[in-house]
Design a protein around this ligand. Structure first.
Ligand code: G1P
Length: 288
């Protein structure tokens, strides 16, 4: 099963992060020294994916620019002998082949994915990664799904267990655990009420899909919030060709949630040896 593209929808408003995101895409907010979206792209690249399809809008050009050369900046860094930084900014420009598609109307995550139909073609599976879900572990999150998709030859989505009072923030699945951490999906519900959730297994913004999802997305009606929901399209696909869920091993940060976003900043900054001691000392002064 060839999987060399990832769709990253980045056309959302980022209302949860206002006013910070009034004029900056939420995907460009920094987590320590890199924008959120760079972590997502790096996870894909580490998993062997080479092409990134951004589903974007008129206010998000800066995301594509981040993954392109900035010749003026590079010339200045070169002139000033800042070779280490020069290497870092070039590396970002060279990390992926970028394809960009405009989502001209904000009609939902399912609609955003459907915008990539022509670019994805009819033959190969592809990944979908939500642009503000950060995931870290020994094996990249999307790689864990790709491994199962390849061995089982089925679409696979990533889930994690969440507390009961958080189920309404996510798509929730129910299924039968066929081997440890792998589920055969029966049902998917987008943002159910707490007492209607079929389980506590939440979809965490990582998917490996086959091109038949596009037909499914064309068939469905607007769902939760009046939007074309990817989760509803996945329900149709699951009934048609079967679908698995994999419990992702690792740590996840939802960059749209302030507490998690700020924790992610500290998590990464603490891994920088040069910063560690100083940062710990300063934080201690505020933690009572
Ligand atoms: C989207 C999906 C939802 C999923 C979530 C993960 O929701 O619709 O099923 O659980 O991403 O982050 P959103 O956060 O865009 O409202």
């Amino acid at each position: 099963m060839k999987i060399d593209k990832v769709i990253i929808p980045v056309a959302g408003w980022g209302t949860r992060s206002l006013p910070a995101t009034k004029n900056i895409p939420k995907e460009m907010l920094p987590v320590y020294n890199k924008p959120v979206v760079q972590y997502v792209v790096e996870e894909a690249i580490q998993s062997g994916i080479r092409s990134v399809v951004f589903i974007t809008n008129r206010d998000k050009n800066v995301i594509e620019d981040h993954f392109d050369y900035n010749l003026q900046l590079e010339a200045t860094l070169e002139r000033n002998g800042k070779n280490e930084m020069l290497g870092k900014v070039r590396e970002v420009a060279e990390m992926a082949h970028i394809i960009s598609i405009r989502q001209k109307r904000a009609l939902g995550l399912g609609h955003a994915v459907a915008c990539a139909k022509d670019v994805c073609g009819n033959d190969d599976a592809f990944a979908v990664m939500v642009g503000d879900d950060l995931m870290f572990g020994m094996t990249p999150g999307i790689q864990q799904l790709m491994d199962v998709a390849r061995s089982e030859r089925k679409p696979v989505i990533g889930v994690m267990e969440v507390p009961q009072d958080e189920v309404s923030r996510y798509g929730i699945i129910s299924g039968e655990e066929t081997s440890p951490g792998i589920y055969k999906i029966n049902r998917l519900v987008e943002k159910p009420r707490i007492h209607e959730a079929p389980s506590r297994l939440a979809i965490v913004g990582r998917y490996v899909l086959t091109p038949d999802i596009f037909d499914c997305l064309e068939k469905i009606q607007p769902g939760h919030g009046g939007e074309i929901q990817l989760t509803d399209g996945l329900q149709v696909l699951a009934e048609k060709s079967g679908m698995l869920a994999v419990k992702i091993r690792g740590t996840r940060f939802d960059a749209g949630n302030w507490a998690e976003y700020l924790t992610a900043n500290i998590y990464f900054a603490l891994q920088d040896e040069e910063l560690h001691t100083d940062l710990v000392q300063r934080l201690k002064a505020y933690l009572h």
